[in-house]
Structure formats: C-alpha cells, structure tokens
Design a binder for this molecule. Sequence first.
Ligand code: ATP
Length: 656
Amino acid sequence: VQQKLTSTKHPYPDWKAGEPVPYAALAKTFTLIEATTKRLEKLSHTSLFLRQVLRLTPDELLLVIHLMINRLAADYEGVELGIGESLLMKAICESCGRTMNKLKEDHREIGDLGEVAMKSRNTQQTLFKPKPLTVKSVHAGLKEIATTVGTGGQTKKVAGIKKLLSAAQGDEAKYLVRGLEGKLRLGLAEKTVIVGLSQAVCVHEAEKAGKKTPSLEAMQAAESMLKEVYSELPNYEIIIPEMMKGGIMKLKDACKLQPGVPLKPMLAKPTKAITEVLDRFEGKRFTCEYKYDGERVQIHYVAPNSSIAFPTIDPKKGIAKIFSRNSEELSPKYPDILAALDKWVKPGIESFVLDCEAVAWDREEKRVLPFQQLMTRKKKDVTVEEVKVKVCVFGFDLLFLNGKSMVQETLSVRRDAMHSSFEEIPGEFAFATSTDGQELDTIQSFLDESIKASCEGLMVKMLDTSESYYEPSKRSRNWLKVKKDYLAGAGDSLDLVVIGGYHGKGKRTSVYGAFMLACYNPNSQNFESICNIGTGFSEEMLQKLHAQLVEFEIEKPKPYYMHATGNMQQPDVWFEPKVVWEVKTADLSLSPKYMAAKGMADTEGKGRGISLRFPRFIRERDDKKAEDATSSSQVAEMYKKQDVVMNNMKKGGVDD
Ligand code: ATP
C-alpha cells in the first residue's frame, strides 16, 4: 500500500489539477474495488484514488467520500437514498427508450438493476455525446432526488434520475442506479474507506512537507486518530475540512464530541448465564443496572446563551434535541421529553449529552408498560397535548457535560457526574436502578427484581479503569446483557430482516403464511438467509403484516440476497430489505440450506451456514434499519457459545 500510494501511476482516467473530479474516475475505482474480494486490495484502490483526489482536486474530497459510502450527508440530517425498484425501472425505461416488458425481462435474466441500466444505456443510440458527469454534479443530482418531497415528488424524482442517467457512460449507469437503490455492492465497508482516507492523507501530508513516504507507524497513528475522532463526531462535513486545515494528527484537538452531532451508541454483548458475567469481570468492579425495554434516546442539550460556544449552534438559541440509536432525529416524536427538561436538569448545567432509555409509563399504577405501548406513539408532528402514551426517561450514561467530552472518563466518574447534574422527577425522569453488589446471589435476586419491574433483564458494566470508558459504536465486552430468558434458547433474541414470503394455505390464503428471514453481513454487505418462520403470529397480525409488506414486494430476490437455490423451496414473493423483526429461537444449528455466517462456524469445513431452530416472532423493531440487523459474526458467535456445541466440540463432533 505504501509503495502504491506514492506512485504517480494510477489506473484512472486522468484529470487536470483543479478541475472537477470526473465521475468516470470514481466509477473506474468502483469497478476495481468490486472486482476483488480481498479487503487489502479494496483498501489499496480506495486510498490510491483518494490520494489522486488530494493531489488534483482536494476541495472535492468530501463529495468523493460521500459517494464512496453512498451517504450524502451525516445520518442525522435524514437525507436518504433507497429509491424503490419500480420508480427506478420507470426512470430507466424513459431515459433509455425501452419498454417496461423488455426491461423486466432483462432484470429477470441479469438480476442486478444497475447492470440492467448499464446495458440499456450502452446499447442506446444517441445523437449527441452528453456532457460528462462529475462527482460534483452526481452528488448534487442525488441529493436533489433524495430530498424531493411533497406533491409531484415522484415525478420530480423520476426526472432527476433521468437527467443523471442520460449523461451516464460506460459503467457509470450501474453505480448511479445502485447508489439510488441504496446499495453500491462493492463490498467496501465504511471502516475501509476511513482507513483508506487516513492513509491517503498521511502520504499527501508527508509529500507536501517534502518528506519521504511516512512509516508504517505514522500511517497506523493516522488511522487510529481518524477512527477515534469519527467515532466521537461522526460527521465528515466537520472532520474533512478540519483535517485539510490543520492536518490529520491535530484532528483530536479540533474535532471532539459536540452536542447536536449524535454518536453511535455503545452496545452490549449477550451472555447466557450470570456465571459468565462473573467469569468475565473476575477481580474487577462492575455495576448491574436494570435493562429497560423501551427506545434508546440520546438527548443533546445546550442552554441558550451558554458560556461555552459551539461552532454549529446558534449561541442565543442553544439546542435541545433527541436522537435514536441510528442517529435519526426523534425530537418530533418526543416533544413531551423536551418540554420537561427544565424540571429535571439542575441549575448550572449548560450543556450535556445523555444516554437513556425512553420507556412507556403508566402514571396511575406508577410502573413500566410494555414496549409495544411505546410503539403506538406517533412518530411525527406530535404535540405535547396529544401525547397519550406517557414516557419516563431512565438515564444511564453521561457522554458530555458543560463543554467537556466525558467518553474517556471511567463509568464511576460519568455516573457520579450524571447523578449530580440531574434530578429525579417521579414518572418523568429517573436514573437506571442499579446495584454494585458483586455476589452471585445479589445479582440473581437483582435480576428477579428487574423482571418484576417489567424490565428485560440486566446490563452489567465495568466501573473502573480505561476498560469502562464509553466506546461509541462498539458492541463491547465491557457491557454485558443478561436477559430474563437467558436459560432457555440462545441467550439473546435476534433482529432479522424479512426478505421473502410464502402465500398462506387454508384459512390464510389472502395473507403470507410464512416468511424468509436474513441476517446482515456488513463486510460483504449481503443479507444471508437464516430461517423460514411461520409461528408467533396471530391471524390479525398476519393481516397487518400483509398490508405492510405487500408494498415492498419486488420481482426478484436482490442480487445481494444470499439464499440457497437449486431444488430448495423458494419464497413465493421477495421483499425490499426494509422490515426488521425480533425473533427468538430454541437454538442455532448448522445447515446446508441457509447462508447465515456460511463457513464461519462449520468446523468440519463443509461450508454450511447457520439456521434457527423453532424461530418465533416476538415483535417488529422499527427502530432498526435492515443494516442494523444481527450480523453474521454475531450469529456465528451465538452458535459457538451454545452449550450443545461446546459439548460436542469437546467430543470432537458438531451437531447438524
Ligand atoms: P436489544 O435491545 O434487542 O437487546 P440492541 O442491539 O438494541 O439489542 P444491545 O446492546 O443488545 O442493543 O442492548 C442494549 C440496549 O438496551 C440499549 O441499546 C438500550 O436501548 C437498552 N437499555 C436498557 N437499559 C439499559 C441500561 N441500563 N444501559 C444500557 N442500555 C440499556
């Protein structure tokens, strides 16, 4: 990588310094990245191209990064691609002069709508050679399409897509259409783009300073810096300009967690028994908290006229915002929480970011209500007066206080700071109930109490040393979850994407009677089939699910759906990857029929996937996107942790 990065030879069509980056150069890079399955090669193509951008048109680095990760703005700005297949097909037909029947025929044969668009475009006779696309024009075009709403929105979107497609040449149409669909399918994870960016910047800086190629250590330091800064402040629009201005190694001083920019939350690892918790935390101090069953909310607050100013916040107004675990803004859903802040934020607290769980609350009985109650709340345009399902906020972590990031403080320090900054108001705000007792009996009875209080179980967290620092976006071993039904089943439920459906039989002919579910593999960016499910649904539920899912029916499985073909029974219909369900299972087993974590856990080298035995529907998780579903490596980990597997492995075999 080091050698390649400093080379002046590069495989992309060149452009002159200062000129806009041609989209063709990016598309060529995408083709190279797609053509290899090796992560290091993908990384090398990424950094080499970014290096070229830095050399010739550094001003467009941000736009290039956005197109590489196929997100046009930070998550919380709500600019979403993911245009439905039918709209895209319409636009392809119209811009390439094809009939829908012919296009569908191609789609059935080829499978990938991007390839279909490329073929349609490249066989089209055109009188004039269109003006070449640039990264800038594509970014602007996509942003306009993604943000178009209101009456006539669909027509405007089609017009926007047609405009881009009619200028596309070579393989550009393929990536444009895939980008619009929401999946570039390059097998290029965002993590790799971040590493590639750090390498390119590191070499570029050395070159500008007239130094020779940076050492491996310097490159690694740059990589850790960018990763750390991005995890605290996930916004390239702030980070990239700062990096260009002050250099990559100064980023930490300039870019710190700040209210208004939500960070990806820290997550927990599942456990199967309290003894596992004790094994993990042996000799360390830890705390057990109730695991409330509601919606995770991150509250960001800066008081008006706060003594510390923040670059992106109007000092006179300050901010009060709520974000979801996916960094989507939830303020319109919870105006009641925002309206009550004054009551529970103590005087003198000028700015904070608080990690909490919003839970449906019965004010008369003074107790937690089931998660399903919370889900009945409207999501938008809610006024405080019309809120029927009241919520109580349970605070469990403090990430920022009075101008200072707290993530690199121990949990004991963060917790003390939280306790002294907020006041409990019955039924509105409370601190997560906790015990620091370290004995097995204490934990067992605390778990029982948590269940009586309608919680899901416990969260057990490291209290001291750097192991207890807040780790944004990480599923960490320093947080363990113990769910009430950990003894039965796999220790934890799974969150899976509905990718296929089977028409019902008998009484159920007008609805889907069963479904195919998939987990997500963030490395390959594929959805991998894991089970068929037909239990846990009431008749009424099936009706509802039909009404919801019929909207997402598509002609063919997406090319990024990994499922067994051949003589395996195929779903009658396929769906866009939109709906996530929480599912419980008796256990996980190896299976040649399913693709989840294929080959990752099969110690006999038969390349089998993992499937769920007796899966049961629990509920919809509409707070999760398809990409937040349980990952293949989590599935493999759950499989490996099963006692049966452990025992069989000891005996030398694996249960099929
Ligand atoms: P699930 O919520 O299904 O367990 P998840 O993937 O959403 O899975 P996990 O890391 O598995 O997240 O569990 C942590 C979740 O539990 C948090 O995201 C939060 O919403 C919730 N939670 C409830 N109480 C607490 C608590 N005391 N500390 C941390 N998280 C809590």
